[in-house]
Write a protein that binds this ligand. Structure first.
Ligand code: PBG
Length: 324
């Protein structure tokens, strides 16, 4: 035998020398759930270790994350039911607690990167990402609502706008609104291939944002489709997206890989709530070793082609990485 691949694995230094993929905390974006006012921290049952937090508690979490090298965050508001209506008007209210929180976070931590969520569902009495009329989600009626929402977020100081709604044409629409208002440097990370997935369950519990009727299958993609993701990717590129995202991540690694091959934009993957819950539950039962399985999961997403990973594991990964 002349070829012995094991020679390149014979000790740690050689293994490190030939390591093909490196994941750093700077590749991660940490999702945080924001509560209004000074309500006490609320655990989310299906996301052990993740809380809904008021701004003060959230600042502590941000500080602890920065300390372990994680300085990018995506914020989601837990909007009280009383603020919800058919057109998501609360999303642009002057005293909206989500927008106020961003202003304060940016003042306190000028160095961090903050990404928003653009979709109607947290603010909508219908619980859908778009405007609902007679049970139908109206695409073009939704675009101006998303445009206003994105502009309010850019004005509040978000660095990256994150349209997660899957309406057609929304990236271009939002890009135009931002540019017309001189926010030419505000980025867009498009949820390019967002699938109608069961793995969002814990997130909808966290935000109380499940659709009141029907499902999201007329806008989110069919899990059976991969080539369709390329149509979405081409459109988002042409419409001015700065990042293309695939969501969920684990069951869609082939989609991540395909987008990476076909696009020169950075590719992001959203390691969603259900994926976090699965691994956490198995580790809590003692069936998997968290400190080994968790970094393996994230590294694999990087190897598959994600440059950026949105993950609830971000702070824990940062902590582990420091110990290396
Ligand atoms: C909604 C939105 C969802 C997630 C991010 N933004 C849920 C959905 O589409 O119903 C899911 C995130 C997760 O599961 O971690 N616009």
């Amino acid at each position: 035998m002349r070829a012995r691949p094991r020679r390149n694995r014979k000790n740690q230094l050689i293994r490190n020398m030939v390591e093909e993929t490196v994941l750093r905390p700077t590749n991660l974006i940490y999702p945080l759930f924001l509560l209004e006012g000074d309500i006490a921290k609320q655990p989310i049952e299906s996301l052990p270790g993740i809380f809904r937090m008021n701004l003060n508690d959230l600042c502590v979490e941000v500080e602890n994350s920065i300390a372990v090298g994680v300085s990018s965050f995506v914020l989601f508001p837990a909007v009280p039911e009383k603020y919800k209506d058919k057109t998501a008007t609360y999303s642009v209210h002057a005293d909206n607690f989500y927008l106020e929180a961003v202003r304060q976070l940016k003042q306190r931590f000028p160095q961090i990167v903050l990404m928003s969520d653009v979709a109607m569902d947290p603010y909508s009495s219908d619980g859908h990402d778009g405007y609902v009329e007679n049970g139908e989600i109206l695409n073009d009626r939704t675009l101006p609502i998303l445009g206003d929402m994105a502009l309010a977020q850019a004005q509040a100081g978000f660095d990256i706008i994150g349209p997660s709604d899957m309406m057609d044409g929304r990236v271009g629409y939002i890009r135009d609104v931002l540019d017309e208002n001189n926010f030419v440097n505000t980025s867009i990370m498009s949820y390019t291939a967002k699938y109608a997935s069961a793995f969002y369950g814990p997130f909808r519990q966290a935000l109380d944002s499940a659709p009141k009727a029907g499902d999201k299958k007329t806008y989110q993609m069919n899990p059976a489709n991969k080539r369709e993701a390329l149509i979405e990717a081409r459109l988002d590129e042409a419409e001015g997206a700065d990042f293309l995202m695939v969501k969920p991540a684990l069951c869609y690694m082939d989609v991540i890989h395909t987008l990476k091959e076909h696009s020169d934009l950075p590719i992001a993957a959203y390691n969603v709530s259900g994926e976090y819950a699965m691994l956490k539950a198995a580790c809590e039962k003692g069936w998997l070793d968290y400190e080994v399985a968790m970094p393996e999961m994230l590294l694999s997403l990087k190897r598959a082609g994600s440059d950026v990973i949105l993950t609830y594991f971000a702070k824990d990964f940062g902590q582990l990485y420091q110990q290396l």
